[in-house]
Write a protein that binds this ligand. Structure first.
Ligand SMILES: NC(=O)c1ccc[n+]([C@@H]2O[C@H](COP(=O)([O-])OP(=O)(O)OC[C@H]3O[C@@H](n4cnc5c(N)ncnc54)[C@H](O)[C@@H]3O)[C@@H](O)[C@H]2O)c1
Length: 397
């Protein structure tokens, strides 16, 4: 992680970040895919040197897609220098340093591996792969060379989540006993909601599970440092057919909701719920970690705050307290605004990119990388199997 800069340095940066950045070597990024995540990633590319002191100047060089007219519109809006529909030609270029994979799940493996073979660094969207087997192949290929790889599990890098990790690691809540995590959305609650690639197994592997539980699994590993040992679960598809954009009825062969229980390497227990059919819940990504001495709660919908309970002070005055996580000592906070000025969803992508770019120089390893993606995929596959077979399943180590 790029640790927060001391105040004095932040001021220096503010004096002339653009001028300072121009003197640095450039890091040219080719981004594949240009819709939701393409917008989020390219925004990060344009912001990152403005707020972080990095060894490279990040250049949104080429945006790659399948339809030239749409790619050209994305180039114009997102600020790339070039647009292309020829990934092979882009990967053959010597001046491309990083390939950013912002496409649907079934393309993560093929595009990332093609980029690694072309000797590029790779940042890939989550979930890493369609299966554990594919994830392992990706990680094995990454391990062969010296290119760096990362995954866009951006929530890790909200200041509050990073602070929670720091507090848990230093023992503020003691040994972890339980984790309860939910990621609740409602955009598929109505049977009238349209069909998309997110409803088809061949493109995304699973539904709410790979989409939302992937984040919960990554966040749990990040916060607690624990590995999942075994899981059991249940899932349901409540709406089995949806209409596509042309009005054609299409089958839905992925879960609307998947819930699972877990046992961890230290004997701790966890409960997880990923759903896209919880009316009223928009992006309710919340995790509560309880230890022997206290509890910590992170909630994306209140992402600048961290709730903490510890057994301190007078007995009659105890309760959860709320830490506003945008002061100088908090992770990433000093890179932004004076104390207390809150940030949002898009900043987590800037932090992710900042840390990745910082680690391109030197020998440090970026997390989450493809090995972390393998660990997440192992839990995803095991809990999907557990839900399908209605039994406990060991998570392959
Ligand atoms: N980190 C997060 O918080 C987060 C949030 C949303 C989505 N995601 C992940 O990001 C990925 C993309 O999701 P999205 O929401 O941006 O999807 P999207 O449908 O909004 O955009 C997908 C883009 O990929 C392009 N595309 C599709 N197939 C392609 C192919 N074969 N080659 C080149 N381009 C192709 C599409 O034209 C489009 O530009 C998914 O894997 C998803 O799980 C992550």
């Amino acid at each position: 992680m790029v640790t927060s800069l001391p105040r004095s340095k932040t001021k220096k940066q503010a004096a002339g970040p653009a001028a300072a950045a121009r003197k640095k070597p450039t890091l040219n990024i080719a981004m594949v895919g240009h819709a939701f995540m393409g917008r989020a990633h390219s925004n990060a590319m344009r912001q990152v040197n403005h707020f972080f002191d990095l060894p490279f100047e990040v250049v949104p060089k080429v945006v790659v897609g399948r339809n030239l007219e749409r790619v050209e519109a994305a180039r114009e809006q997102f600020g790339f220098e070039e647009a292309s529909v020829d990934l092979d030609a882009v990967l053959a270029r010597q001046d491309i340093d990083v390939v950013d994979v912002a496409t649907p799940n079934d393309t993560h493996g093929p595009i990332s591996m093609q980029a690694l073979r072309a000797d590029k660094h790779v940042m890939c969207e989550k979930p890493l792969a369609m299966s554990l087997k594919e994830a392992k192949a990706m990680a094995a290929l990454a391990a062969k060379g010296d290119r760096k790889v990362g995954l866009w599990h951006n929530y890790r890098r909200s200041p509050a989540a990073s602070l929670a990790q720091r507090m848990i690691a230093r023992g503020d809540i003691g040994k972890v006993r339980t984790v309860r995590a939910v990621y609740l959305q409602d955009w598929l609650a109505s049977a009238d909601a349209g069909w998309s690639w997110r409803n088809t197994k061949a493109v995304c592997g699973s539904g709410a599970h790979g989409d939302l539980n992937a984040h919960l699994i990554d966040m749990t590993r990040f916060l607690t440092g624990l590995e999942f040992v075994e899981v059991c679960g249940a899932m349901e598809t409540f709406t089995k057919k949806r209409k596509d954009g042309a009005g054609k009825s299409r089958p839905v062969d992925v879960d609307d909701a998947l819930l699972f229980l877990a046992r961890f390497s230290n004997g701790a227990l966890g409960s997880f719920e990923g759903t896209r059919v919880a009316p009223g819940r928009k992006n309710h990504n919340r995790i509560e970690v309880s230890g022997e001495k206290g509890s910590i709660v992170w909630n994306l919908e209140r992402m600048n705050e961290l709730e903490v309970f510890t057994y301190e002070g007078a007995e009659d005055a105890r309760g959860f307290r709320t830490i506003m996580c945008m002061d100088g000592p908090h992770p990433y906070a000093a890179n932004w605004w004076p104390d207390g000025h809150i940030i949002g969803y898009e900043h987590t992508f800037v932090h992710t990119l900042a840390d990745f770019v910082a680690m391109l120089k030197g020998k440090k390893v970026f997390h989450p990388n493809f090995d972390d993606g393998v660990a997440v995929q192992a839990v995803l596959d095991a809990s999907l199997k557990a839900a399908e077979t209605r039994r406990w399943v060991k998570v392959p180590g």
